[in-house]
Design a protein around this ligand. Structure first.
Ligand code: GLP
Length: 246
């Protein structure tokens, strides 16, 4: 690993400092969410102007490798979760497979009449009862996403009273207690900025990046069952899909 800068190199000094920091992140010397040496320490270590170090750190911050905690220092970002897009899985399944401990904070849990738009999407009559469940989803206590899901109350009476969704999986409860077999989903993802509440709940910077996911999940018989809007934390997720040639 490079520990000295090469003043003769065609590569600018700040680029060499970026390489040094990235190499240390990849080698695990700078652990995830750990503070890296200060600008002053790095400028002394390499014998360069502090502005050169600042440029390197600024660029790595913008590229998402580092983040700044005001008054504390600069930290490395945890590697993103790779999320496959081909399978209809739940948050609990996705995270448990990675050995993460799943928990949720309930933000809303109530029965509401379907709006005209929700009724159109879920193919029910406007005013039909929908369960609205909004949760902050955490993996090993790190906030990952805010999920707001709506589904048909008539098919799962008493679900909010009978279950503790701070720790239970919705998809598992639907399957085990209500015999609801989810078969497939239509899903779209778009980029947007976090609202103030989302930034606070997800513990990200104001206006941080959100991957906004819309999912319409179907149950056996090809009936739309769940309409979910999820705000995934852009800096903690990377979505993957395998594309096959036509
Ligand atoms: C995913 C989906 C949501 C779904 C949720 C269920 O995250 N995007 O639409 O409601 O899983 O998760 P769980 O079964 O862990 O409660």
């Amino acid at each position: 690993m490079q520990t000295k800068l090469d003043a003769e190199s065609a590569k600018p000094l700040y680029e060499q400092i970026k390489d040094y920091i990235l190499d240390n992140i990849h080698a695990g010397v700078f652990a995830p969410d750990a503070r890296i040496p200060s600008e002053r320490a790095l400028s002394e270590q390499f014998g360069v102007n502090r502005l050169t170090v600042k440029k390197a750190i600024d660029e790595l911050t913008q590229a998402g490798h580092l983040y700044v905690q005001i008054g504390k220092g600069t930290y490395t970002r945890r590697a993103k979760f790779d999320q496959q897009l081909e399978q209809l899985t739940s948050f609990t399944t996705d995270m448990s497979r990675r050995g993460q401990r799943v928990s949720s904070v309930i933000l809303r849990a109530e029965i509401l009449p379907a709006t005209v738009e929700e009724a159109r999407i879920l193919q029910v009559a406007p005013g039909a009862n929908l369960v609205l469940l909004e949760r902050l989803r955490l993996a090993n206590r790190v906030p990952m996403a805010i999920e707001q899901t709506r589904f048909l109350a008539s098919r799962c009476g008493g679900i909010l009273e009978g279950h503790d969704f701070t720790r239970e999986s919705l998809y598992q409860v639907l399957r085990d207690d209500y015999d609801i077999v989810l078969t497939h989903a239509e899903q779209s993802i778009e980029a947007r900025l976090a609202t103030r509440d989302e930034s606070r709940l997800l513990q990200i910077e104001p206006n941080g990046a959100i991957l906004h996911m819309t999912r319409l999940t179907y149950m056996l018989g090809d009936f739309p069952f769940e309409y979910a809007l999820s705000a995934y934390c852009g800096m903690r997720y990377k979505f993957n899909a395998i594309l096959r040639h036509l």
